[in-house]
Write a protein of this length. Structure first.
Lengths: 263, 437, 228
C-alpha cells in the first residue's frame, strides 16, 4: 500500500480564438477496490456550464460549453491516491469486453502474431502475462510512428509504437485467446504525460498489466478511465467553431508520499 | 378505381409541385428525384388488417422488451435464447447506451416493419427497421391528392383515413417529452429523406432543426432562438444516425451532431426518438431470433411469420445453406437499403463457390432465406397494368399504447426482373388502403 | 411556432430578397426585350442594364442575352440561378411557411425551366410573375408567424429599393418602398444599424433622382440590416 500525490493538468491555447465550444473531459480518477482517491482541487475553465456525469463505461466525465470567444482552455486535478495494486478487482463481467472493437479486430496480423507466441499454459492470468512478455520483447517503443487512429493491426505491422499501441495489441491478443480485456488510461509515477495500459478479466475480476513496461499494475499507478479501446476513454474531446491553431500542453506529476511506517 | 388511375399524371404533377422528392447522390453530386407514384392502391382487407395489426403490435412490443433487456440485465443472453455473439460482436450494440433507461422505457417509438405477401396470401416479415425508418410522409401526402382526384372512389370503398400519421407521431413524442419543445432534427436538405423531415415537421407542428440550432448547457438540450431566447427541448425526433448524433460519445469526426446530447439523455432530461442503440434489434442476424423473443418476453406464439431463415452460425443451418445456396437469398447482416443482398440463383458456379467459402469463414456475417414467391402487384405502364414485385413498410408507433398506422408505404420495383424495391434503387410507391369493413 | 433560429432568420430574409430579385428584374426584362426590338444595337440596351446592376456583361448578342441571362443555370446572374437560390432558402423553411407556400417557389422555378427554348419565352415567363404574386399572397394567408412575414418582407423591400435605385425608378417610388421597408424592419428583432438607416433616410429625403451617385445610397442600404 502506498500513498501517491498526483497532479494532472492540460492547457490549450487557440490562436485565433474560438467560440461555441463543447467539451467532454475524463480526468478525475475514481475510488475503487484498488485505489482510494481524495481530490484536493480541480477545475475546468472557462466554462459557461459544467456538469459531472458518468458515461456508459462507468467513467467520470466533465461536460460543458463555452459560447463566447476564448483563447485559453485549461483543466487540472490534484489529489492523493491510496493504492493497493496487484490484486483482482472483483466485479461481474460486461460481455462486450470479450469481443473485438474498432481498434482491436482479429486481423491476419493479430492471428499470426498470436500463433508465434506458441501454446499458452497455466491460468488465464499466466497466459496474459506470457502474452505481455512476448509482446514487450517483439515490439519497440517509438513515438511519432503511430497516431491516435492507429489500430492494433496497423501498429503490429510496423512493430513500433507507443503505450496506446501496446495496449491495443495486447487487448486484441488476450481476447483472441479467450481472455476478456479492456483499455485503461491513467497516470504513472514520475513526471510526463498520461499513460495507457490493459486490464484482463481473470478470477471474476479485473487485473492490470502494463505491456509498455512489462509490469503488473502495482502501487505506482492511478487509473482514470477504462473502455473497450482508446476511443471509449479519450481524456479530452472538444468541438468548437473557428479556424484556429491549437497548442496543447499536458503536465502530469505523480510522487510517492507514503509515510515511512505506512510502508 | 379507374377514376383514380386516369388521374395518375395529375397526381404525380401535384406531388412534384409539393416537392415530394428524395435526394440521391450520383457521381458525388446531389440530385433531387421525384418518387414515382402508381395510382393502383394496395388494398388490405379488414380481416387481413386485424391480423396484421395484432402481429405487428406483438412484434414491436417484443422488440422493445428486448432492447430494454439488452441495455440492462441481458436476461435473454443469460438464458441462452440469443447467443451473446449476436449481441456483442454486432456493430448495432452501443455500450455507450449501457444503463440508460429512456423516458417511459420506450426504445423504438417509430418502427418500420417491412413485409411481403406471398402468392398464398400469407404475410412474411422481411426486416425490422427500428432506427430511423422513413417513408410515412409519402402515402400521407399522396392520399390527400388521391382523394381530390377521385372522391367517388373513396366514397364507394370503405378506406380508413390514413391522414393522421402526424397526429400519431406528435402523440408519441408528447408521451415521452421531458418538458420542453418538440424538435425534428434533420441532417439537412441534402439528406435523402429531407422532404419527409420537413413535411412531418410542418404537419406535426414540431420545430425542424439542424445541428447548429441545438446545443447542450447545464446538461439540458436547447434550441437557439435568433432573439437569444433559447428554448429547452423536451423531445427530439432525430433523423440522423447514432454514429453522428453526438461527437462526444460516438464518432468524434461528426460535425452534424449535438455535442454531449447523450449525457442529457442519460440524465433523463430529453427523450430521443428513436433511442440510440436500437441497431442491435434490427440487425439482420437478430431478425432470426425475433419469434423466439416473442415467446420469451410475451409468452405468446408469434402471429406473423418470419421468412424461413437460416443462420450459418449454427452448424445444422450452415450445412443446409451450403447444400442449397443456389435457391436461397443471402444477406449481409451489416448492410442496409437493399444492398448486400445476393440471390444464389444469380451466381455463376465460380461465384457460388466463393460465396460458400465466405459463409464458412465468416458465418456470423450472413443470413440465408428461402426465396418467397411474391404476390405481385399491378402497376400501370404505358396504359397497361403489369405485375411487379412490391413490399409493404408498416409503421408502428409506441407511446402510451402501441398503435399501427392504418396504411403504410408500398414500394414497388419498376424493373420486372428485380426483387429489390428500395427507393434509393429507383422504385416507385403506391397508396396502401386498409378497408374499414 | 414563435421560435426562429438564426439560420431560419437568414433563410427568411434571403428568400424575400431572391424572390423579389426575380420578380422585379423579370418585369424590367419585359421592357428590355421590347427595346431590343427597335434598337439596331441590342448590345447598347443590355450593356447599360448590366452596368446599372453591376453584373459582368458576358453577353454576345441580344438573343444570347435572352438565353443566358434568363435561363442559364451556370450564370450566377441569371434569373434561373436566382430563382434556385430562392428555392434553396424556401426548401429549408417548409415547417415555417407550409407546403402550400413553398409550392409556389417550386412552380416558379419549374416555369422558368419550361420556358427555355420556347418560341415566345415571354408568354411562358408570365407564369413566373403569376406564381410569385401567388407566393406573396399565400405568405400573407398561410404563414402564421408574423415575425416570419416581417423578416421576409424586410428582405423583399431591401431588394426592391436596391433594384429601384439601380434601375432609376422614380424617387417617389423609392420613398414609398423605403417606408414599407422601415416599417417591416422595426417589427423584427434583426440587428439594425441606426446610423446607416439615418444616413439613407437623409439621402432619400433630399435626393430628387438617382441617375448618378447612387452607389452611396446602395452602400447605406447594405449596411442597415445585419445578416450572415
Amino acid at each position: 500500500m502506498r500513498t501517491l500525490r498526483f497532479l494532472y493538468r492540460t492547457s490549450f491555447r487557440f490562436q485565433p480564438p474560438i467560440f461555441n465550444h463543447s467539451f467532454a473531459i475524463r480526468c478525475i480518477p475514481v475510488t475503487n477496490q484498488v485505489q482510494k482517491i481524495c481530490i484536493e482541487g480541480r477545475y475546468v475553465r472557462p466554462a459557461d456550464s459544467l456538469n459531472e456525469v458518468v458515461d456508459g463505461f462507468g467513467n467520470h466525465v466533465f461536460i460543458g460549453h463555452i459560447q463566447d470567444y476564448h483563447q485559453y482552455f485549461e483543466y487540472e486535478v490534484v489529489g492523493t491516491a491510496q493504492v493497493d495494486g496487484m490484486q483482482v478487482q472483483k466485479e461481474p463481467l460486461q460481455l462486450m469486453y470479450k469481443y473485438p472493437s474498432k481498434y482491436t479486430g482479429y486481423t491476419k496480423e493479430i492471428r499470426e502474431f498470436y500463433k508465434a507466441i506458441g501454446r499458452l499454459k497455466g491460468t488465464d492470468l499466466e497466459k496474459a502475462v506470457t502474452i505481455m512478455q512476448y509482446l514487450h520483447e517483439h515490439f519497440t517503443y517509438v513515438s511519432g510512428v503511430t497516431d491516435i487512429y492507429t489500430t492494433a493491426a496497423e501498429a503490429l505491422k510496423q512493430r513500433e509504437g507507443v503505450c496506446q499501441d501496446y495496449a491495443h495489441i495486447m487487448i486484441a491478443l488476450c481476447k483472441y485467446a479467450g481472455i476478456p480485456a479492456r483499455y485503461v488510461v491513467g497516470l504513472m509515477i514520475g513526471e510526463g504525460s498520461t499513460h495507457a495500459w490493459v486490464e484482463v478479466y481473470v478470477d471474476g475480476g479485473w487485473y492490470g498489466l502494463d505491456p509498455t513496461n512489462n509490469l503488473h499494475i502495482d502501487d505506482y499507478y492511478v487509473k482514470i478511465a477504462h473502455g473497450r479501446d482508446y476511443d471509449d476513454c479519450i481524456v479530452d474531446k472538444g468541438q468548437f467553431n473557428g479556424i484556429t491553431n491549437q497548442q496543447q500542453q499536458v503536465y502530469v506529476r505523480v510522487e510517492d508520499i507514503t509515510e515511512k511506517d505506512e510502508k | 378505381m379507374q377514376n383514380l388511375v386516369d388521374h395518375t399524371v395529375e397526381i404525380n404533377k401535384l406531388l412534384a409541385r409539393y416537392g415530394v422528392k428524395f435526394g440521391i447522390y450520383k457521381n458525388q453530386e446531389f440530385h433531387e428525384q421525384l418518387f414515382p407514384f402508381d395510382a393502383i392502391p394496395r388494398v388490405i382487407t379488414h380481416e387481413e388488417y386485424s391480423e396484421l395489426e395484432k402481429g405487428l403490435i406483438q412484434r414491436v412490443d417484443a422488440l422493445n422488451a428486448f432492447l430494454k433487456d439488452i441495455y440492462s440485465e441481458k436476461k435473454i443472453v443469460k438464458d441462452n435464447v440469443v447467443p451473446e455473439d449476436f449481441i456483442f460482436a454486432s456493430s448495432g450494440y452501443l455500450p455507450q447506451c449501457e444503463g440508460i433507461i429512456p423516458p417511459k422505457g420506450i426504445y423504438s417509438h417509430i418502427s418500420g416493419i417491412d413485409l411481403v405477401q406471398a402468392k398464398d396470401k400469407s404475410w412474411y416479415i422481411l426486416e425490422d427497421n427500428l432506427r430511423i425508418p422513413s417513408g410515412a410522409s409519402y402515402p400521407l401526402i399522396a392520399r390527400e391528392l388521391c382523394r381530390r382526384a377521385a372522391p367517388g372512389t373513396f366514397k364507394e370503398n370503405n378506406v380508413v383515413d390514413n391522414r393522421n400519421y402526424h397526429k400519431l407521431l406528435k402523440e408519441t413524442m408528447d408521451y415521452v417529452n421531458c418538458g420542453g419543445i418538440s424538435v425534428i432534427m434533420t441532417p439537412g436538405r441534402y439528406n435523402a429523406a429531407y422532404f419527409e423531415h420537413s413535411y412531418l415537421a410542418e404537419r406535426s407542428g414540431c420545430v425542424l432543426a439542424m445541428y447548429n440550432d441545438l446545443f447542450v448547457e447545464k446538461n439540458q438540450l436547447f434550441y437557439r432562438d435568433y432573439k437569444g431566447e433559447n428554448k429547452k427541448v423536451g423531445v427530439i425526433y432525430r433523423r440522423i444516425s447514432d454514429e453522428f448524433l453526438d461527437p462526444m460519445s460516438f464518432n468524434s469526426e461528426s460535425v452534424i451532431g449535438v455535442p454531449n446530447l447523450m449525457d442529457v439523455y442519460r440524465a433523463g432530461n430529453v427523450a430521443i426518438v428513436n433511442a440510440p442503440g436500437n441497431g442491435i434489434a434490427d440487425d439482420k442476424g437478430i431478425y432470426y431470433f425475433v419469434p423466439k423473443m416473442i415467446k420469451y418476453y410475451l409468452n405468446e406464439e408469434p402471429i406473423l411469420k418470419n421468412a424461413p431463415t437460416y443462420l450459418p452460425f449454427y452448424e445444422e443451418d450452415r450445412k443446409y445453406v451450403l447444400d442449397n445456396l443456389e435457391k436461397l437469398v443471402i444477406k449481409d447482416v451489416a448492410e442496409a437499403g437493399g444492398y448486400g443482398v445476393v440471390f444464389g440463383s444469380d451466381l455463376s458456379k465460380e461465384k457460388l463457390e466463393d460465396m460458400k467459402q465466405l459463409i464458412i469463414n465468416e458465418s456470423r456475417r450472413f443470413i440465408a432465406q428461402e426465396v418467397i414467391d411474391f404476390l405481385d402487384l399491378d402497376i400501370m405502364e404505358n396504359g397497361e397494368p403489369v405485375p411487379r414485385k412490391a413490399d409493404l413498410r408498416a409503421f408502428v408507433l409506441s407511446g402510451k399504447e402501441t398503435k399501427v398506422w392504418a396504411s403504410g408505404l408500398t414500394r414497388f420495383s419498376r424493373n420486372p426482373d428485380s426483387f429489390v424495391v428500395n427507393s434509393s434503387q429507383g422504385g416507385g410507391f403506391k397508396d396502401t388502403w386498409v378497408l374499414s369493413r | 411556432m414563435g421560435i426562429i433560429s438564426i439560420e431560419k432568420a437568414n433563410n427568411l430574409y434571403w428568400l424575400g430578397r431572391y424572390t423579389e430579385r426575380v420578380f422585379t428584374t423579370l418585369r424590367k426584362f419585359y421592357r428590355i426585350f421590347d427595346s431590343m426590338i427597335d434598337f439596331d444595337d441590342a448590345e447598347m440596351v443590355y450593356s447599360e442594364y448590366c452596368q446599372r446592376l453591376s453584373i459582368p456583361n458576358i453577353y454576345t448578342s441580344g438573343q444570347q442575352f435572352v438565353d443566358c441571362y434568363i435561363f442559364d443555370p451556370k450564370n450566377p446572374d441569371s434569373l434561373y440561378h436566382n430563382m434556385e437560390r430562392a428555392y434553396d432558402n424556401a426548401i429549408v423553411l417548409r415547417d415555417e411557411l407550409s407546403s402550400n407556400v413553398v409550392s409556389y417557389i417550386q412552380l416558379a422555378l419549374d416555369a422558368i425551366a419550361s420556358a427555355k427554348g420556347t418560341a415566345a419565352p415571354l408568354f411562358q415567363l408570365q407564369q413566373v410573375v403569376d406564381y410569385l404574386f401567388a407566393f406573396w399572397g399565400c405568405v400573407d394567408d398561410y404563414v402564421e408567424n408574423e415575425e416570419c412575414r416581417n423578416i421576409m418582407k424586410t428582405g423583399k423591400y431591401a431588394e426592391r429599393i436596391d433594384l429601384y435605385i439601380r434601375l432609376q425608378y422614380h424617387t417617389k417610388d423609392i420613398e414609398k418602398e423605403f417606408t414599407k421597408f422601415v416599417n417591416r424592419m422595426k417589427k423584427t428583432n434583426m440587428h439594425c444599424n441606426l446610423d446607416k438607416l439615418a444616413e439613407l433616410t437623409e439621402i432619400i429625403n433630399t435626393k430628387k433622382e438617382f441617375n448618378t451617385e447612387y452607389q452611396e445610397a446602395l452602400n447605406c442600404l447594405q449596411g442597415i440590416v445585419e445578416v450572415v
